[in-house]
Design a protein around this ligand. Structure first.
Ligand SMILES: *Cc1c(COP(=O)(O)O)cnc(C)c1O
Length: 254
């Protein structure tokens, strides 16, 4: 997929520096909020597998991708590494079978049919691996994604960039918790463009409380990107999804 990167290359040093700066921001945000440090998921979409390999060498354990084809290819190329792959993009139900082959988590679970498809796909993958005698597939950790555009109704929520309307929280949580093969992890949101991230993440934390009412263990909150990681940490995010501040500006979509 990409040329080999020699140790100590300029890209190595650049990624090491950027990663260090992001980790420092996370630590100081956590310290000033009086909170524990959330988990860092480095979003590697559009960047080559060679960058992911460098990041793994720098101690990154969790990476995020938003397109199945790209993620599947990178995961296959990097099979020798111990990485948790987080799927963070809008997901069509017909991609569920592919995604469950490599994904540790899906952060974009936003509708009942997708929950059914993912559950079925995980169970099939678990059976396939058991029959093949290969390593077990753990239950898939699912984050319920919500659209937090102020004033958007349920129809607008589902028509946009993915994400359920907050009024659907309990129903989705119950369905996910009841589906074999899935583990309800918690909630996820992307702050809408132009919205105040503080207000958005506060709303997400209220939805999180509702989801924990269904399953007290589902306490994960996936929130915070390069531009709003401090606000997300202050609000109580447990998982940050950081792309450009670690990898640099994204290359044009191919
Ligand atoms: C691309 C992406 C990110 C990372 O965004 P940056 O601004 O590059 O940090 C986080 N979450 C989702 C859902 C994304 O698609």
């Amino acid at each position: 997929m990409s040329p080999e990167v020699s140790p100590g290359s300029a890209r190595d040093r650049e990624l090491a520096e950027r990663l260090r700066a992001v980790r420092t921001r996370i630590s100081s945000a956590a310290a000033s909020a009086g909170r524990g440090e959330p988990e860092l998921i480095v979003v590697t979409k559009y960047f080559p597998a060679s960058d992911v390999r460098i990041l793994a060498g720098l101690g990154v354990t969790d990476v995020g991708e938003n397109r199945d084809q790209e993620a599947a290819a990178k995961a296959a190329e990097l099979q020798d590494l111990t990485l948790a792959w987080h799927f963070i993009g809008q997901l069509q139900a017909n991609k569920a079978r592919s995604v469950v082959r490599y994904a540790h988590s899906v952060h974009s679970v936003d509708r009942l049919p997708l929950i059914a498809s993912l559950g079925k796909a995980v169970r099939a993958e678990q059976e396939r691996r058991a029959a093949a005698g290969t390593g077990a597939r753990e239950d898939l950790r699912c984050f319920l994604q919500f659209t937090l555009d102020a004033g958007a109704g349920p129809a607008e929520a589902s028509a946009g960039r993915g994400g359920a309307h907050p009024s659907e929280a309990a129903g989705l949580a119950e369905a996910c918790a009841a589906t074999d093969g899935l583990q309800l992890a918690g909630v996820m949101a992307v702050a809408p463009l132009g919205a105040d991230p503080v207000e958005v993440f506060e709303r997400l934390l209220r939805i999180s409380a509702e989801v924990r009412g269904v399953d007290p263990a589902a306490s994960a909150v996936s929130a915070g990107m390069s531009g709003d990681l401090e606000e997300a940490v202050a609000a109580g995010a447990t998982h940050l999804r950081i792309g450009s501040d670690v990898l640099g500006p994204r290359p044009a979509v191919g």
